[in-house]
Every structure is written in structure tokens, then in C-alpha cells.
Design a binder for this molecule. Structure first.
Ligand code: GLN
Length: 491
């Protein structure tokens, strides 16, 4: 029998809509797959089996009455545990929010529900989305489905692993400095970080508000496109969401590559870059050229400053956003404190993990009087220069192609003792968030150790249609999915 859990989200949608299969069959296939592999992968913080089956049944009922229950009708999806889902714990991977049950749905979740999606569960993540390996979760250790001794990437490691392990065809993650694209690359699935303002963040627990964006993971680029059309768009509840019309992304995927100009920034292929990663990305560019694209080298001269700039601004914003977890209004409260100051102090020191505390201290420092101008203000100025680099580049090219990550998935514990090493895994992704533009990670090859390699495709603000179109063309040319899949779970 054909294994339904292996199908892409778009293929499942077609079969459910044509009533070749039911949503209940699709949902059960995912739940069965979870029973078989989740014990080894640990991608989920919680699984909502009963609710998922009830939704699927309702969707099947609507189809049998001849109604149209929405563009994602019957599709099982998984959600990063940083997105508020009414009535269920939303932990953000933190002890601080272990018992927090939001009374409302994030806008993206409301839109998914209205489009008929079936919510399978919430996925594991680095605490408050700070990290690149999901090792900073206060809860379980999520493993990479390609090699269970390796990390899935982070911070949206659970969402990437859930899709890679065929437990969900589509999931949502968030990306502040690379947290969708880096785990997508490590887990061999496509993932999209959207333009700042493209997707409402109402109900997303904030990490760094000038950088955070929500976006999809899927089995195919078409999965990303279909999901994005549902979650994108202006929301009166999020003043940073943009009033830019939302196209039907999936209907625009067949644009030819002919005459597309692809820029290759030399700073993203530094001396010493892993030769297999460089080789895989360049091989993809060669194929793009054969398909009619024009490839040209260019320079983004301020690239070296992006990691320091990101880690000043992201920590500054985090220290301010996380001030709300004081044990008073919600979240973890230490027992037995007698005065308010002690209660604050103990709640925060018992509730937060090491990396979150490190960020709060760094962020408080760069914002403190006497240091503000030297760090925070200067970083804001460098951010403007980074944006100018990209503005200039997009005068000459339509899209930019780089590796997504400097290495393939690393081993557990390999970078936990040295935060700087961990921070450097964002070297190719964080700048994109500083500039506010969209970027997609596409699987483009396999290293000798059997681990996937991702290529990052970057476009100007709101260029998602072109980004998705070019990615879809390259995807069908390379056909990564039919050649490679994680075998660690076959036993
Ligand atoms: N790894 C980066 C960090 O730790 C990015 C995280 C993210 O995008 N949420 O800040």
C-alpha cells in the first residue's frame, strides 16, 4: 500500500479535494507515523490526536455535503510552540511558560483553521527561539531524522524534524536570524522566511520584534506557497503587518528561469567554506544557468558585520521583550519569596535557561547608559549599511543565491559549550532578518556523510512570488526528494 504520510502537503490536498482519500485517512496516516518514529525523533511538545481527528471528521463531513471547507481543507499541520493556540499549553520551550495556556489563537492559527487545516500538535524549539540546535529547549531533545546523533538545527528544530520525518507534511516555524532556514537545511526540507510584515505576528510570543517572522516548512515549494497564501496578509491586530495584497502564490510557480538574473555574493563563499557545501550550491547555479538564468558574481561589502550587529540588536530587543516574565502576571512564579524584588529575581533565575539569561544580560548591557551609543546605536547604523548593500545588489540582479549554512547538521553537544560557535551557524542567514527581506532554503545536495545541504535564495521585499517560482523550478530540476530521504528511521 502506498504510504500516505510520505506525500507532500499539496498532493494530499489534491487527493482530499477529489475525495480519493479522506482527511481522516491523511490525519491517521500522520498519527500512525508519529507512533512509529516520534519516540526516536521527539519533534513534538504535544500531540492533539483527538482534536485532530475531530477536525478531520468535520472537514470530511463538509466535503460530503458539497461544501468547500477552505484551501487547506483536511491538511494536517504542525505548529512551533511559540505560536498561541487557544486552550493548549504554549511553552516556547521554556519552564517559564510551561503552564501557560493562551486564551486565544495567533492570527496565523486562526487563518489555518479557517482554511480547514487540521492541527496535529505543537513542536519543540530552543527556549524563546534562542538557539540554532533546539538543544536550548527546557524539555526534550529533538533529533535529526537523517542522523539521530545530530541536531535538527534551530530554533524551529521540531517543526523541521516533524516534516523531514514524515510526521506532518507542513509546519509553521519562526525566523529571527535563521530559525526556519537553518533547520530546513539541516533536515533536508524547504523552508521560507517571509518579508518582514508579510505575515501577522499577533499571538507569536516575541523574541526580537524588529526581526521575528513566521513562515512555513513543507515537503515541496508548492507546500510553502499554498500555506503562505493562507497565513499572509494585513491584520488589524498587528500594526507591523503590511497592507500588501496577497497573491495566489501556488498559481505562479511555473514561471520560467529564462532571463532571471541570479547574484552570487563572494562574501558568502569565503575561503575555507566546506567544499561540499560550496560544490552543491555551485552545482545548483550551473543547472540554473543551463535553464536560462544569468549568474553573476557580486559583493555585499558589509557582510562581516552582520553577526555582531544581529547579536547586539536581537539581544537588546530580547532583554526588553522578556522583561514581562516577572512572575506577577503570568508564567512561572518562584515559591516562598517574601518581598517583590526577591520574587522577581527568583522567578527569573529559576525559570529561564542559561542561553536566555546570557541574552538578557548582553541585551541589557548594550542598552545601558554609557554603552547605548557604542553598541545599540552603532548596530542600528550598520543595519542601514547592510540594507544599502542589498538595495544596490537588487539593482543588478533579481535574486541572490548563497549557502544556507556553513556546515551540515552538527552533533549534540558540539557547540553548546561555546556560544560563539553556535552564533556562527547563523552567518549566512541573520543578515536577511536585519534587512527584512524574504529568503528560502532549498535542499540542493547531500554531503558524503549522508546529510542534506541547503541553498538559500534571497529576494527583495515582497518578492515571494518570484522566490517561490524560481525555487520550484530548481526543485523540479534537481528532484532532491526522489533521490534522497532520511534512512535513520527505516529500521
Ligand atoms: N540562531 C539565532 C539565534 O539564536 C536565530 C534564532 C531565530 O531565528 N529565532 O538568535
Amino acid at each position: 500500500m502506498e504510504e500516505l504520510f510520505r506525500l507532500s502537503g499539496s498532493e494530499l490536498l489534491r487527493r482530499i479535494r477529489s475525495r480519493e482519500i479522506s482527511s481522516q485517512e491523511a490525519t491517521r496516516a500522520c498519527l500512525r507515523r508519529m507512533k512509529a518514529v516520534e519516540g526516536r525523533v521527539r519533534a513534538f511538545r504535544c500531540i492533539l490526536e483527538e482534536e485532530a481527528l475531530a477536525t478531520a471528521e468535520a472537514i470530511d463531513g463538509a466535503f460530503s455535503r458539497g461544501e468547500d471547507p477552505g484551501s487547506l481543507a483536511g491538511l494536517p499541520v504542525a505548529l512551533k510552540d511559540v505560536l498561541c493556540l487557544a486552550g493548549h499549553p504554549t511553552t516556547c520551550g521554556s519552564r517559564v511558560l510551561e503552564k501557560f495556556i493562551p486564551p486565544y489563537d495567533a492570527t496565523v492559527i486562526r487563518r489555518l483553521k479557517e482554511a480547514g487545516a487540521v492541527i496535529l500538535g505543537k513542536t519543540n524549539m530552543d527556549e524563546f527561539a534562542m538557539g540554532s540546535s533546539t538543544e536550548n529547549s527546557a524539555f526534550e531533545k529533538t533529533r535529526n531524522p537523517w542522523d539521530l546523533d545530530r541536531v535538527p538545527g534551530g530554533s524551529s528544530g521540531g517543526s523541521a524534524a516533524a516534516v523531514a520525518a514524515d510526521m506532518a507534511p507542513v509546519s509553521l516555524g519562526t525566523d529571527t536570524g535563521g530559525s526556519i532556514r537553518q533547520p530546513a537545511a539541516f533536515c533536508g526540507v524547504p523552508g521560507l522566511k517571509t518579508t518582514y510584515g508579510r505575515v501577522s505576528r499577533f499571538g507569536l510570543v516575541a523574541f526580537a520584534s524588529s526581526l521575528d517572522q513566521i513562515g512555513p516548512f513543507g515537503k515541496t515549494v508548492e507546500d510553502l506557497a499554498r500555506t503562505l497564501s493562507v497565513i499572509a496578509g494585513y491584520d488589524p491586530r498587528d500594526s507591523t503587518s503590511a497592507r500588501v495584497p496577497v497573491p495566489d502564490y501556488a498559481s505562479q510557480l511555473s514561471a520560467p528561469l529564462r532571463s532571471i538574473r541570479l547574484g552570487v555574493p563572494k562574501e558568502y563563499f569565503p575561503a575555507g567554506l566546506d567544499s561540499q557545501i560550496e560544490g552543491a550550491v555551485r552545482a545548483m547555479l550551473t543547472r540554473a544557468e543551463a535553464m536560462g538564468a544569468r549568474v553573476e558574481e557580486l559583493s555585499l561589502p558589509h557582510t562581516d558585520f552582520s553577526i555582531p550587529t544581529y547579536y547586539i540588536l536581537a539581544t537588546a530587543e530580547a532583554s526588553s521583550n522578556l522583561a514581562r516574565y516577572d512572575g506577577v502576571r503570568y508564567g512561572y512564579r518562584a515559591e516562598g519569596a517574601h518581598v517583590l524584588g526577591e520574587m522577581y529575581r527568583r522567578s527569573r533565575s529559576e525559570g529561564f535557561g542559561r542561553e536566555v539569561k546570557r541574552r538578557i544580560m548582553l541585551g541589557t548591557y548594550v542598552l545601558s547608559s554609557g554603552y547605548y551609543d557604542a553598541y545599540y546605536l552603532k548596530a542600528q547604523k550598520v543595519r542601514t549599511l547592510l540594507k544599502a548593500d542589498f538595495d544596490a545588489a537588487f539593482e543588478k540582479v533579481d535574486l541572490i543565491v548563497t549557502p544556507t549554512t556553513p556546515s551540515t547538521a552538527f552533533r549534540f553537544g558540539e557547540k553548546t559549550e561555546d556560544p560563539l560557535q553556535m552564533y556562527l551557524s547563523d552567518i549566512f542567514t541573520a543578515t536577511i532578518n536585519l534587512v527584512g527581506i524574504p529568503a528560502l532554503s532549498l535542499p540542493c545536495g547531500i554531503a558524503r556523510d549522508g546529510l542534506p545541504i541547503g541553498a538559500q535564495i534571497v529576494g527583495p521585499a515582497f518578492s515571494e512570488p518570484r522566490l517561490l517560482g524560481v525555487a520550484a523550478a530548481l526543485e523540479s530540476e534537481m528532484d532532491f526528494r526522489s533521490h534522497h530521504r532520511p534512512k535513520a528511521l527505516d529500521a
